[in-house]
Design a protein around this ligand. Sequence first.
Ligand code: ZN
Length: 250
Amino acid sequence: MPPAEAAALCLSLHDVAPATWPECRRLLQMLDGIGPLPVTLLAVPDYHRGGPLERDRAFLAAVEGRLAQGDEVALHGYHHLDRGPPPAGPLEWLRRRVYTAGEGEFAALAEAEAAALVERGLALMGRLGWPVAGFVAPAWLLGDGARAALARSPLRYTTTRQGIYRLPDWRETRAPSLVYSVRAGWRRTLSRGWNARLFEGQRARPLLRISLHPADARHPEVIASWRRLITRALEGRRPLTKRQWIEGLG
Ligand SMILES: [Zn+2]
């Protein structure tokens, strides 16, 4: 069954920062080769504490060029490092240290700390004149403190791996994101099968989400796989930024 006329595709690029920009640029070139596609760029204000992004003029100019052609910038954590209290048990340890390589920055923060980081991030984006409506927690790990902080923030949406949530009412659109795990060959093979199944399983859903990561750019077969999947998705879906999707909910 073909998807409804209004079916959408949201493309996001995670971990956008000066340090990752060369890889981000390769992925954006792949997308530009498919057609003019709006992308939600998940920018990290101070990625891995390497220095605030506003210090890199060439990076700012590149992102502003993307904004001018229809992309969106969303806030993606602050440092993209998990600095919360030590994990409480083996399951939490697995989730925060192994599954995400220690990058679940908003997994265990108290509300006040989460709110302060979100505020700092929004202030930085404000100084740059970059309009921001969305927040995506690193590794999509959104703890209770971070949820409470977001509900009180001026932001319009957040996402987890399973869906997108309008703020402040938390209206959910269920849309599990396609994503590659590229850290090992077996992960890439599993990801390819997983993404293919997810792609087929969501044919009838109004929203398909695809999440690219800078590390994807290191693997030509991953780039080729994304190109095929995105090209196929566009046969029945129109590309939107996440902000456009949220605003279209009415
Ligand atoms: Zn990330």
